[in-house]
Design a protein around this ligand. Structure first.
Ligand SMILES: Cc1cc2nc3c(=O)[nH]c(=O)nc-3n(C[C@H](O)[C@H](O)[C@H](O)COP(=O)(O)OP(=O)(O)OC[C@H]3O[C@@H](n4cnc5c(N)ncnc54)[C@H](O)[C@@H]3O)c2cc1C
Length: 563
């Protein structure tokens, strides 16, 4: 027996991480009725709470490096993104970042300061240290304070539901349909504006530092609705992600540059190898370090759990200099600094995304996007510490502009029967699931293997073609999934919905990677190991046209020729 719950609201925000919370607060400032929907408990899910290190903003005279400025930050972003980032978005980002640090302080985030000035750290890609931080738990602090503020706003309603489809009215997005995981009931939202803030898609890959809920819902919701996706071949890996012990799998090892200064990377035979691939050896940037480690793993010289070793025995003051993670590792039973860590590159950030303009608008009227789910600002690579401020700046922008749309656009209600069609699809998954053959989680796991091995750190034409073929086989199996028939907290049902969306996403990424016959930033083609500005200094675009994937390209928006 299932019920349908109906909720009408001015602005519907999907996703309650930093981007979604900021969007909801900005919309609430305009006095609108705002609904923030998150698939798991608000403040206890998503990637924001694991964003642990820095929050970059040029603090000028308020920080320890008064010589820093928006212009210097802009130049760093253009360079690190291998000239593929949208510069009109960067212009806004570098100017609004500092204000958001102060707004967060006002909400209660206790930034680390010295003599009244913001302390800042330097990460790779920064020409000047500009990473503000809060007690080595920056993301968690931000999320906590945002959720507290949301709780104080009478015009923000928070609900725990999983959105499975965006609802249209003509060509405009006018709501969303979804599922209450707790009881299996359905929900239909009617909204004047909808903001996607659903985070990244790390779980497309076998090894990732992102939490289990980072399955890329927002990308497949947007794609299904007909929104344009951008640069879908770009997925950023972090070179030092733990593969063992199992309880710590997916945690990242903090870095001086690529690894803690003084650490050595060894293959399964105990030999140093990083210098074979790049002269910077252990000090290479994270894209190069990921390539070196992945190559050594592919060559077969692995540790017992398929990675390489990080030896931290010679790192001075390990626990004092890198307190967050190494203390956690020690508490989990590791004998540090003597015991070697087993690491491999893990997916860390989804550069690919929903295409937005400087108002946070997507290609579909009524639909906005912000945070990790949005693409195109960073380009082909991202400077560490620039994602959390992106959530603040573009979360606010999406909230402000979605509010204006909600105030001035004509009324719209979702097309007759569109929500009911979605509920029928979800019901059919359960009904067919009684007799089906393939467990959804097994399909997801297989997809993660394919993506990691063939659409991951190293790519080549034959491997990508093989991945596309194998993903096609998974799609066929996804029409014959075996699902436990219960409606109450049925994770298999959720897995089934996600498997279908993730298979689409995997194929889009693989096809976009096959089309880009060059190497740039986080996209490395073994068969095209050079940058090709003449043909590929452009964005790739993906959208669904007549039920099929349509790939094209577009020039990058350049605001400054000299940086
Ligand atoms: C280990 C790690 C460390 C990091 N450290 C830093 C750092 O130091 N500095 C920095 O700037 N960045 C860092 N990042 C990146 C940064 O944390 C993320 O990019 C950012 O927090 C993403 O925020 P978001 O609001 O876009 O998404 P999230 O915080 O992931 O929130 C999205 C929310 O949407 C919900 N959701 C998803 N789908 C649905 C659906 N269908 N229906 C309803 N709800 C849904 C999810 O459950 C989730 O709660 C780090 C990332 C990782 C993995």
């Amino acid at each position: 027996m299932r019920n349908i719950e109906e909720i009408k609201t001015d602005v519907l925000v999907i996703g309650g991480g930093a981007a979604g919370c900021w969007a909801a607060l900005a919309a609430s400032d305009h006095g609108l009725d705002v609904t923030l929907v998150n698939k798991y408990p608000l403040g206890k899910s998503g990637t924001t709470i694991v964003g642990m290190i820095t929050y970059n903003a040029p603090m000028g005279r308020l920080g320890m490096h008064p010589e820093d400025s928006p212009d210097i930050y802009f130049a760093d972003l253009v360079k690190e993104g291998a000239r593929l980032g949208e510069q009109n978005l960067m212009e806004i980002f570098v100017r609004r970042g500092r204000l958001t640090v102060l707004q967060l302080e006002k909400l209660g985030v206790p930034w680390d300061k010295k003599d009244g000035k913001f302390e800042v750290r330097r990460l790779p890609g920064m020409s000047i240290p500009r990473g503000c931080f809060s007690d080595h738990r920056t993301g968690l602090m931000i999320q906590r304070m945002l959720v507290k503020e949301i709780g104080r706003r009478a015009n923000i309603r928070t609900v725990e539901r999983k959105i499975t489809k965006l609802l249209m009215s003509g060509g405009r997005v006018a709501g969303a349909a979804g599922l209450n995981i707790h009881n299996g009931n359905f929900v239909k939202f009617t909204a004047r504006s909808v903001i996607l803030a659903t985070g990244g898609a790390g779980r497309l890959f076998r090894l990732t530092s992102m939490p289990e809920d980072a399955r890329g819902d927002g990308y497949y919701l947007a794609y299904e609705a007909g929104a344009r996706l951008i640069d879908m071949e770009f997925h950023l890996f972090f070179p030092a992600t733990l593969v063992y012990p199992e309880t710590l799998r997916g945690l990242v090892v903090p870095r001086g540059t690529t690894v803690p200064l003084g650490a050595r990377i060894l293959n399964g035979r105990g030999e140093r190898f990083m210098h074979k691939y790049y002269p910077e050896a252990e000090l290479a940037t994270r894209d190069k370090a990921s390539i070196s480690i992945f190559r050594e793993i592919k060559a077969g010289a692995t540790t017992p759990h398929g990675g390489v070793y990080m030896d931290v025995s010679a790192v001075e003051d390990l626990l004092e200099r890198y307190p967050t993670s190494f203390k956690d590792f020690k508490e989990a039973g590791m004998n540090l600094p003597e015991e070697r860590l087993e690491i491999a590159p893990g997916l860390h950030y989804t550069l690919a995304g929903v295409d937005i303009n400087s108002f946070g608008e997507t290609s579909l009227p009524g639909l906005y996007a912000a945070g990790e789910v949005a693409g195109n600002m960073h380009g082909a690579n991202r400077i560490g510490g620039s994602a959390l401020p992106e959530c603040s700046v573009f979360g606010q922008i999406a909230g402000e502009n979605a509010s204006m749309h909600a105030l001035f656009a004509a009324d719209a209600t979702p097309e007759e029967g569109s929500a009911e069609d979605e509920f029928a699809r979800l019901d059919a998954l359960l009904d067919r699931g009684r007799k089906g053959e393939f467990r959804p989680i097994a399909l997801i796991r297989r997809l993660q293997e394919i993506m990691y091995d063939k659409v991951g750190v190293l790519r080549n034409g034959p491997g990508l073609a093989e991945a596309i073929r194998e993903i096609g086989e998974l799609r066929a199996r996804a029409s014959d999934m075996k699902i436990n028939p219960s409606r109450v907290y049925n994770n298999e049902w959720i897995d089934a919905v996600d498997a279908i969306g993730m298979i689409d996403l995997g194929e889009i990424s693989a096809r976009a990677a096959l089309a880009r016959t060059e190497s740039r930033g986080a996209h490395f083609r073994e068969d095209f190991p050079w940058e090709d500005d003449a043909n590929w200094g452009r964005h790739s675009l993906a959208f669904k046209k007549d039920g099929r994937l349509d790939l094209s390209t577009r020039p990058v928006t350049i605001t400054r020729t000299e940086v």
